[in-house]
Every structure is written in C-alpha cells, then in structure tokens.
Design a protein around this ligand. Sequence first.
Ligand code: SF4
Length: 235
Amino acid sequence: MLKLSRLPTGEPEIFTSIQGEGVTAGVPSTFVRLSLCSLHCGFCDTPYTWDWARYNPKAEIIRLEVPEVLHRVAAGGTRNVVVTGGEPLLQQRDLVPLAAGLKSEGKRIEVETSGTILPDGALSASVDQWNVSPKLASSGNESGAREVPAALTWFAAQSQAYFKYVVTAPDDLAEVQGQVARYGVPAERVLLMPEGTTTAVLAERSAWLVERCQALGYRFTTRLHVLLWGDKRGR
Ligand code: SF4
C-alpha cells in the first residue's frame, strides 16, 4: 500500500504533464506524487506532503494499492513515469512492486530523491534515472540530516544518477563544489537549478546561474512547469 499525495479534488496526485526539470526536461511524463518526507526545506513547494504542522495528514494522504496506481499511470499514456514526492525512498519497499509492474508495461522510470536514503537493490534494478537533489545549508536542514555520505557515495557511482542542486544565491556554489568533489560526481551529471516559484525570480537567478554553469562545466536546468503554468499543483 502506497501513501500518495491527495489533490483537493480528493483524487490521488497522479497526473500527466512534461518533466519540468533536469536532464529529461520537456519529456511527456506521468507523475506519481508520494507523501512523506524526511527533510524540512524552507523553500519546499510541496509542504502538503510532509508539513503536518500546517496540513492535516488525514486530508493530504491517500492510500492506494499498487495495481490501482498502475491502472492510473497507464491511463496517462506516456512512456516516461516520474515518481516524486516528498521523499519517495521512504516508501521504497512498496515501490519495488510498482517499479516492477511499470517495467513489465514497458515504462521508463525516473525516481526523484534528496539522496539521503540508500536505495534497495531490488528497486534500483528497475529505475532508469535517479534525479538526486541534495539539499544545501540554504534549505534550512541540519547538515547531518541533509548529507548522508553512504547514500551520496552510492548515487555518485551510478551512471544513471544526476545531481540537481537547487540554488538560491551565489554563496551556495562553494558548497555544491565541495560536495561534488567529496563524492566524485562527474561534472556532466551535475545540474544547477534556480530556486523559485515565479517567472520573475527564475529569470533573475537564471541570469547569473547560467554563467556559473558555463564556468564550472555543469548543466543548467530551469523549471519549465513554473514558466508554463506558474506554481500550479497537478501540472
Ligand atoms: S526534500 Fe523535497 S519534498 Fe522534502 S522538504 Fe525538501 S523540497 Fe520538500
């Protein structure tokens, strides 16, 4: 049984759109948004998946069996499936049968994670792409919670794992470079993304972030869904 985020309509947050961020930005995708997160980022744009001081978990969480999730994803009609959250790896035991079912239907699977939990071998065998987004000090999380060396070492060694850093200010970059060096992440698998939920903020931060990407040999990614639809849930 998986715990998914519940939309205000009462339906589980499974929706079809385009991947908005990262190396597969622009690819038509069906998203499965899971509830629960082990981190508490100040800039989190999905607090309804974990912030039980502000949201009621009884209203925000919906439990679904794996076959029901598979049925709804199939209705999305895309080959690419993005499992997101929250922190999906908190439910990785239940993700194993979901990922296996998706693979048997010919789907390509991306899993988004903060990179703080070591994936189970049975799950990683089915995952085509890890979108790892390690959180920096600017996220407001304690260093021991946001940086788990065993997990980051494992992800750094996976050719299908991309490290996408959310950048709020130029000061964040020294921390990114330190982490990339510490775990030996190849530069071509590092992406910098401006933090922001409005086009104005993304434009201002993108201007200097693109230049830093060029200087450091990292990829740049914007947030297409914010540019296209604003900070709208279910898009
Ligand atoms: S890791 Fe992601 S889902 Fe969790 S609090 Fe941070 S931004 Fe939100």
